[in-house]
Design a binder for this molecule. Structure first.
Ligand SMILES: [Zn+2]
Ligand SMILES: [Zn+2]
Length: 379
């Protein structure tokens, strides 16, 4: 795998996207031999590309933050600011296709199977079981929908412009979104936490909409959200506008009538519950800890993902982006491997697997996909 990555970087290091203000950012990488090297800093973009060719990392990263001294230890770096970063991972969506492609492994006896991990190993009874998440087209499609929701919030609610937002396929399970904007870069951890909660729709209570159990109906009615407003009030009104509500036969205009009906007939606590469901569905399935963490490192764009051999890839046209085509960087040259276990997967329109304890020849792109996941090796 290292040989294949070396060949790739030898030919393609020039295409690696060097982040803006790179001389203020920390870089790091994981070598194939294991471990993690961090706190690297570069004055020239060429040095970053040279590192990829020379060291051939399994995975390469850059910091979302900018520092006075990016090569110093974390506490001494001198934080200046950072991109606003979002991570959307298909695994968090809990899609049913997980059953078709996730793999679990018993820590004790090593039994590996495809599917959702059991409580206990059926062979030895061990309860410590590792799981490995794989992704498929449906997973990436689900993550894409979440990303589209995120972009809507960033532009509509935060007033960001498209050119301030960079969207990437992560190279494996989902999407990374990086916002670079003067207005946001100095926001501290607390502020980023607020932004993450807002985007995810966490903590949205009736009180935040101006609805209290003690308010009388006329007072309440005036405070209900409508589709003509902005932000979450618009989203809530739109959601209820579309939602089928038993017994409601009014003609809906702005969303307010139906919410009023729900509140009046079902009562405060039922309404509160419905609002919680709504905010979970409307909110974006981001990993909030990524947005909050100002010391986070992200995979370097246009470098290979060490577990898939796919590229972390810029998505200028997110709607048309197809990860299993557009992020495939390695070629077709056949490699002989031994596969322990693999679900069915598709790369560049070619279907592979499922495999179980087989020796076979696969195109480089498929062989690396399995070796990277740790389910195959070169015999
Ligand atoms: Zn076992
Ligand atoms: Zn899937």
């Amino acid at each position: 795998m290292k040989r294949i990555f070396r060949e790739f970087y030898f030919k393609n290091a020039e295409k690696v996207e060097i982040p803006s203000r790179f001389d203020r950012r920390e870089f790091g990488y994981t070598p194939f031999e294991g471990g993690m090297i961090r706190h690297l800093a570069f004055k020239e973009a060429g040095e970053i590309k040279a590192l990829l060719v020379r060291e051939v990392p399994r995975s390469a990263f850059y910091s979302v933050s900018y520092y006075l001294e990016p090569s110093f230890q974390m506490m001494e770096k001198g934080w200046i600011g950072g991109d606003l970063a979002f991570d959307i991972d298909a695994d968090d969506l809990g899609l049913p296709c997980k059953m078709e492609h996730d793999i679990w492994a018993c820590v004790n006896c090593g039994l590996r199977e495809i599917g959702i991990k059991p409580e206990k190993c059926p062979r030895c009874g061990e309860s410590k079981i590792d799981e490995q998440n794989w992704s498929c087209r449906k997973c990436v499609g689900g993550a894409k929908e979440e990303t589209i929701k995120l972009l809507d919030i960033l532009m509509q609610d935060f007033g960001l412009m498209k050119k301030e937002i960079r969207v990437y396929f992560s190279g494996s399970m989902g999407f990374h979104v990086a916002v670079e904007s003067k207005m946001f870069e100095e926001i501290d951890q607390m502020g980023r936490n607020e932004i993450a909660d807002y985007v995810a729709g966490l903590g949205l209570t009736p009180a935040l909409l101006g609805i209290y159990p003690q308010s009388n109906f006329e007072e309440l009615y005036r405070k209900l959200p409508t589709v003509g407003e902005g932000g979450w009030r618009r989203r809530i009104a739109q959601y209820f506008n579309k939602e089928e509500v038993e017994g409601y036969d009014g003609v809906e205009k702005n969303g307010r009538e139906k919410i009023a009906y729900i509140y009046k007939t079902l009562g405060y606590s039922k309404f509160k519950k419905m609002l919680e469901d709504a905010s979970r569905k409307i909110g974006v399935a981001i990993d909030t800890s990524v947005t909050t963490d100002v010391h986070r490192i992200f995979r370097l764009p246009e470098t290979l993902h060490g577990e898939t051999g796919f590229l972390k890839r810029r998505c200028d046209d997110l709607f048309r982006f197809d990860a299993f085509n557009d992020a495939v960087a390695l070629g077709d040259e056949p490699i002989e491997i031994f596969v322990d276990i693999s679900p069915r997967f598709t790369i560049r329109g070619q279907s592979f697997g499922p495999y179980r304890s087989e020796r076979l020849k696969l195109p480089t792109m498929a062989a690396v996909y399995l070796i990277g996941r740790g389910v195959a090796k070169v015999p």
